[in-house]
Design a protein around this ligand. Sequence first.
Ligand code: PLP
Length: 417
Amino acid sequence: MALVFTGKQMQTEHRRVAETVRERKQMQSEPICAYLHNLDALRKVTESRVKVLPGFCKLFYAIKANSEEAILRALAPIVHGFEVASLGEIKKVRQVSADIPILFGGPGKTEAELEGALQHDVHLIHAESMHELNKLNAIAGSHNKKVSVLLRINLKGPLPQAKLAMGGRPTQFGIEEEQLPQAMEQIKALPNLQVEGFHFHSLSNNLDAEAHAELVRYYCTLARRWAETYGLTLRYVNAGGGLGVNYAELEQQFDWNHFVGRLDSLVKEAVSPGLMIYFECGRYVTAATGYYAAEVLDIKRNHGKCYIVVRGGTHHFRLPSSWQHSHPFEVIPVEEWPHPYERPSLNQEMASVVGQLCTPKDVLAQDVQLERVRAGDILLFPYAGAYGWAISHHDFLSHPHPEHIYLESGTEAGGDV
Ligand SMILES: *Cc1c(COP(=O)(O)O)cnc(C)c1O
């Protein structure tokens, strides 16, 4: 399978990763199983995106997509701040930077988490419910603090189609749009809170840059209307994350330049003076520069189907199974076969790629047409840098963890996580 990477620079960066995998293979006899993250490419790509954003927009990184320390350290000087969803994530951020702005969202925040948020001086708290506002008001009062909040709103919809919808339908997220008048009335009695705007994170993996810009404009229009109705000074609209990655057609990715152009025209018209728009993207920031590499252990046929069994599986890389897709991959051929026994192989055949777990759900790619694959070759899965290792059930079956390799300015630093 040929992988297509847009832009010459990204192709060079991709080849560098494949080359690192090949070198590793020559250095070790154990089967290869590793995550590789090209930190140089991550920095370059993120810098180039941030640079073209209009002045009224800021990019935060939603760290749940990949909260490894090396990633946070690479991004901290580039993005405006980090979005977190737990006290654990707040602590991870504070280990990397004492003062980078933090946005704290997510349902079911405990008292300890809200206390922790105040101690660690988070920039804004996204309130998910009336109860959470009451709780935060009490905690803020006991610290003699006035705390800035954005209200997370679950809109009525209909909203654009997306793979995952957090709003526009019943979910556990945010305050329902219909309940806003009542909530605003109740907030008047909470003296330790300052509502500075609204937060929307309605969908995930949107690939359509034009539709996303229209959605952001819609958020701004609503927020302005509400600010007028309730007499608020509107300082922030947080338009969430949800910029998508196209795993099916790698050459057709979310068009950042088009999106930014529309922010500067379409969205700008709906932005009042002094209003900042925040984006808190996860997948779109770290997916493209991360890879999962897994060596082929066996190739077998069973009830008329062919299976490629790799070192690793969905306990390392759960993304394909959680999204129910076949993840794209490239075959890195390895010529050496030092064993006295026969080398399993396939030629011009349809096969599924599976891992080492004892469950038929351990599938990374289903029924893909392949040229040639042999045991000892390595499969390299691109776009694995977000929601890969971070969402996987690492210790199911107690296999070893993959190696984590960070490619950075000519040096390759490895380490177990
Ligand atoms: C997960 C999440 C994000 C990031 O979403 P992506 O789809 O990875 O961009 C942003 N905001 C909130 C509230 C989230 O839960």
